[in-house]
Design a protein around this ligand. Structure first.
Ligand code: NAD
Length: 497
């Protein structure tokens, strides 16, 4: 049974409603995740509220020391975290280690908070100065998706807490194990009681977080369906909301590119993690005849080893659930019905040792047109859809017409083509010969269009992440000798500089 984490203690849930969590490679039961009860949800808020004043007053250097220890412990427990991810989420162990590392890097960057949180000060008039401070918001919450069980909780835990907030985190009910290990490590690192609480469940817990007045901000990563709802209702309740949503990431392949590099990069980025990455390259636009290379791409995809995530040499694991497999098989079927060509069909693939897993092998659909279901929907599986254009301008128009705008990449040797593409394309993250251009945490995860709620104003980590978790207070002060005080009250706005 998975426990709640309340006030630095693992607390068995009193719920009568449990969610079965199955290993995606076998569908064997791994654990049961509670739908945390109202009393447990309220207890998490009470704990976080109680902890806030003392945590806010804790010196930044002390919080930084805790972060140093947290970082060291995550490194020490790296394999354990990765193993939990492979068991519950299904991705390969090597890929799960990357999941941990990309989150760890956010925590490592947060260790530099002592220089990141400095304010501004200016003497604005004689004897008068204005300075600003960044103060914590209070109790904040994070709602996480299934596909990065360590990385995405770590987009919130380090920055929310080192800036002085207390946090209630709801991991995905499909794979909360890594978040529970992180809670244990946070306690060992010295986080005081109540600074980090973890509750579980699905929509009911989310509604609680949205409506609880004590929670000042919500960090959400997940699908458009859930995220647009959370953004709208959370904002209506007066909360700050940052929400990263779905995607359809395109790669434009120009004839002058390094073919082998491009095809390897695309195969890795389309099928790695079984395509269950928000930055997976799920659409290729072959430009100026490069569609001739697609059979070679299919050979590379066919060579990938689809297997249980703990197996030596596995390149991609299973899908998260039988429902996800069925949904994706249904989308592949619509592509056939709507006139596309299935160049490589991964349906029906079953690794010998894992007959009961949620498998689809790499699938490539060609002759895709923009109106087709396989193009308009986010598939979130190991399925690559391929469209063609004559020119790069047409490719840019095609990509810009798509409603999602998370990531995009171009493969070319031409600096001028790359520069034009970079300027004209509408996507938050652009890769030039880089298939998954997710910025490291000194930058921010910058989505665009429908891939991010609220126009992308509140992006995760980087400067924007620190802004999200802090309130700016600006103080203007006047200190001068008593002999300088005027005799009469001034009532007008100043008209002189
Ligand atoms: P999801 O939206 O189903 O679940 C995310 C969270 O929302 C979970 O904690 C879940 O419990 C909750 N939730 C689900 N349905 C809800 C509902 N109806 N009401 C309230 N809460 C609900 O997403 P997922 O399947 O876990 O993750 C995959 C999705 O996340 C994909 O669309 C992917 O593109 C997206 N994603 C985006 C990014 C990004 O940075 N843009 C990163 C990772 C994943």
């Amino acid at each position: 049974m998975t426990a709640n984490f309340l006030d630095n203690k693992f607390v068995h849930s009193q719920t009568s409603s449990w969610i079965d969590l199955q290993d995606p490679a076998t569908n064997n039961l791994v654990t049961r995740v509670p739908q945390s009860t109202d009393a447990e949800l309220n207890a998490s808020v009470a704990s976080a509220q109680k902890a806030f004043p003392a945590w806010k007053a804790t010196s930044l250097l002390h919080r930084q020391q805790i972060m140093f220890k947290f970082v060291a412990l995550i490194r020490q427990h790296w394999d354990r975290l990765a193993a939990s991810i492979t068991l519950e989420q299904g991705k390969t162990f090597a890929d799960a280690k990357g999941d941990v590392l990309r989150g760890l890097q956010v925590a490592e960057t947060a260790c530099g908070i002592t220089t990141q949180l400095t304010g501004e000060v200016l003497e604005v008039a004689k004897d008068m100065e204005t300075r600003n401070y960044r103060e914590p918001l209070g109790v904040v919450a994070a709602i996480c998706p299934f596909n990065f069980p360590a990385m995405i909780p770590l987009w919130s835990i380090p920055i929310a807490t080192i800036t002085g907030n207390t946090l209630i985190l709801k991991p995905s009910e499909r794979d909360p194990g890594a978040a529970m290990i992180l809670a244990e490590l946070a306690r060992e690192a010295g986080y005081p009681d109540g600074v980090i609480n973890i509750v579980h469940g699905s929509a009911k817990t989310v509604d609680f977080i949205i409506d609880e007045p004590a929670i000042k901000a919500i960090s959400f990563v997940g699908s458009n369906k859930a995220g647009e709802y959370i953004y709208t209702r959370g904002s209506a309740n007066g909360k700050r909301v940052q929400a990263n949503l779905g995607a359809k990431n395109h790669a434009a392949v120009l004839p002058d590119c390094d073919k082998n590099h491009a095809l390897n990069a695309i195969a890795g980025a389309a099928f790695g993690a079984a395509g269950q990455r928000c930055m997976a390259l799920s659409a290729v636009v072959t430009v100026g005849g490069t569609e001739q290379w697609l059979p070679e791409l299919a050979e590379k995809a066919k060579a990938l080893n689809v297997n249980g995530g703990f197996e030596e040499g596995a390149d991609l694991g299973p899908l998260i659930s039988p429902q996800s497999r069925e949904r994706i098989e249904g989308i592949i079927a619509t592509a056939e019905q709507e006139g596309a060509t299935i160049l490589l069909d991964g349906r029906g693939y079953i690794p010998e040792k894992y007959p009961n897993g949620n498998w689809i092998g790499p699938t490539i659909i060609t002759n895709v047109k923009p109106h087709m279901t396989c193009y308009t929907q986010e598939i979130f599986g190991p399925v690559l859809v391929c469209l063609s254009t004559e020119t790069m301008s047409e490719a840019i128009d095609l990509i810009n017409t798509n409603e999602y705008g998370n990531g995009v990449s171009i493969f070319t040797r031409s600096g001028s083509s790359a520069t034009r593409f970079q300027k004209d394309v509408e996507a938050g993250q652009v890769g030039i010969n880089v298939p998954i251009p997710v910025p490291l945490p000194m930058f921010s995860f910058t989505g665009n269009k429908k891939s991010v709620a609220g126009g992308g104003a509140n992006t995760f980590y980087g400067k924007s992440g620190i802004n999200f978790y802090t309130q700016t207070k600006t103080v203007t002060s006047l200190w001068r000798g008593e002999d300088a005080v005027e005799g009469k009250a001034g009532v007008n706005m100043p008209t002189q500089n």
